[in-house]
Design a binder for this molecule. Structure first.
Ligand code: NAG
Ligand code: NAG
Ligand code: NAG
Ligand code: NAG
Ligand code: NAG
Ligand code: NAG
Ligand code: NAG
Ligand code: NAG
Length: 334
């Protein structure tokens, strides 16, 4: 094959030109994301946990505590854990437009509030900030991040009430706000939307008042309202046709008649201890073949403990301190 002198000259020129360029790395971390991350590192006081975040290395392959999407090489995960870094959550987190997961865990000196800049994150699915010292409220603006499916803000110092707007999140599956200092009542909006596999964990707060009846229409999988100051009826959370598997209402001030409550067959955790629940134990409890954890102690229940199913596999401490419960595993009825 003949190669024209013109073409070979062009080839040589091209080769010469290419060899003067800086080396091209294979995985090109977005220079925008790198710049933002370096700003975040600086805002957090250049902590040791981010020592691998260096200007001349690749943020997708060489940096700890971040992850990239292999499709577009953009940062999609920031996960900083177990560090004594101090300061506030940098507002610049909102400048990483492809973030899907924010995970800050066991950062005792992380303080301040959740920055509103994260509402710019159109792909954010998981917001998990746990075991830190952040304060302020569970922000109302979270409802603007429509992609969220998992909110976990447990073990912090959050105050104020639970924003009713969180129920507007179309893909939400888990809202864990346990172990904060939240007050106010449970928003009735949480009964008015359709979600499969819905987990609500709001234990260890100071929530008060009754559970809105609207929540009876919601098909929760897991509900944990334990250790609050909730009152009134909760029997409508149960029902034969629900998907409920786990419910913990312990250490509140619930007061309702338990006698006619019906249970979903998948229920494996039922904890009602320390309330003012009255009536008798329904015979339907004997049909729960998955029951692993059961506790109705410290209530005002009466009558004979139904015999059968798993009920006699629990010891007296699942039943004690009631008004007049009797029968195995408690002393025989008179
Ligand atoms: C990666 O990016 C593509 C295109 O933006 C998106 O469809 C996909 O969900 C992303 N995946 C992850 C794991 O970030
Ligand atoms: C943070 O931890 C590092 C190593 O774990 C330690 O050297 C440093 O003194 C600690 N800083 C503070 C402020 O506690
Ligand atoms: C919050 O800070 C206090 C003291 O400043 C510390 O004892 C506590 O462990 C921190 N909380 C968390 C969840 O890290
Ligand atoms: C968070 O709460 C803990 C325990 O109540 C307290 O020791 C700590 O000082 C609080 N932190 C802030 C930043 O308010
Ligand atoms: C929320 O985070 C805490 C602390 O990491 C964890 O123990 C808990 O299981 C999480 N909640 C859910 C529903 O995954
Ligand atoms: C229940 O209510 C009583 C008074 O009605 C109050 O003294 C008690 O602290 C409440 N208990 C809880 C766990 O909220
Ligand atoms: C609730 O969800 C379960 C599956 O999670 C389903 O089997 C059940 O039919 C649903 N019940 C209602 C009342 O929607
Ligand atoms: C049931 O709850 C009571 C009160 O908190 C507790 O003392 C008891 O150990 C619990 N029983 C079981 C089996 O967990």
């Amino acid at each position: 094959m003949e190669v024209s002198p013109g073409l070979s000259l062009l080839c040589v020129a091209l080769l010469l030109f290419v060899s003067t360029l800086p080396p091209i790395s294979l995985s090109a971390c977005s220079s925008h994301d790198k710049e933002v991350l370096l700003r975040i590192k600086e805002d957090l006081g250049n902590p040791y946990v981010l020592a691998s975040w260096l200007k001349d290395t690749d943020c997708c392959t060489d940096w700890y505590a971040v992850g990239c999407n292999s499709t577009n090489d953009r940062i999609n995960l920031i996960s900083i854990q177990y560090s004594n870094l101090s300061g506030e959550i940098p507002a610049a987190v909102g400048d990483l437009p492809y973030l899907q997961t924010i995970f800050f865990h066991k950062l005792p000196n992380l303080v301040g509030t959740i920055p509103e800049t994260i509402t710019a994150l159109k792909f954010l699915q998981q917001l998990r900030i746990t075991w830190t010292n952040i304060t302020g409220t569970v922000p109302d603006f979270l409802s603007k991040i429509k992609s969220l499916n998992n909110i976990n803000l447990s073990f912090n110092n959050l105050t104020g009430s639970i924003p009713s707007s969180l129920s507007e999140l179309p893909d939400i599956r888990t809202i864990d706000l346990s172990r904060n200092k939240l007050t106010g009542s449970i928003p009735e909006t949480f009964g008015s939307f359709e979600i499969q596999d819905f987990y609500i964990i709001w234990s260890h707060n100071q929530l008060s008042g009754p559970i809105p009846g609207s929540l009876g229409a919601q098909n929760f999988t897991k509900l944990d309202f334990s250790r609050n100051d909730l009152t009134g009826d909760a029997s409508f959370l149960f029902g034969k046709n629900k998907g409920l598997q786990y419910i913990d209402l312990s250490r509140n001030n619930f007061s309702f008649d338990f006698s006619d409550v019906e249970f979903p067959s998948e229920l494996y955790n039922l904890d009602l201890n320390h309330n003012k629940i009255y009536g008798t134990l329904p015979a339907g409890l004997t049909e729960l073949s998955n029951l692993q954890n059961f506790n109705v102690s410290y209530n005002r229940l009466c009558g004979q403990i139904p015999t059968g199913g798993k009920l006699q596999s629990f010891d007296q401490y699942s039943y004690f301190h009631n008004k007049c419960l009797c029968g195995d595993p408690l002393p025989a009825c008179q």
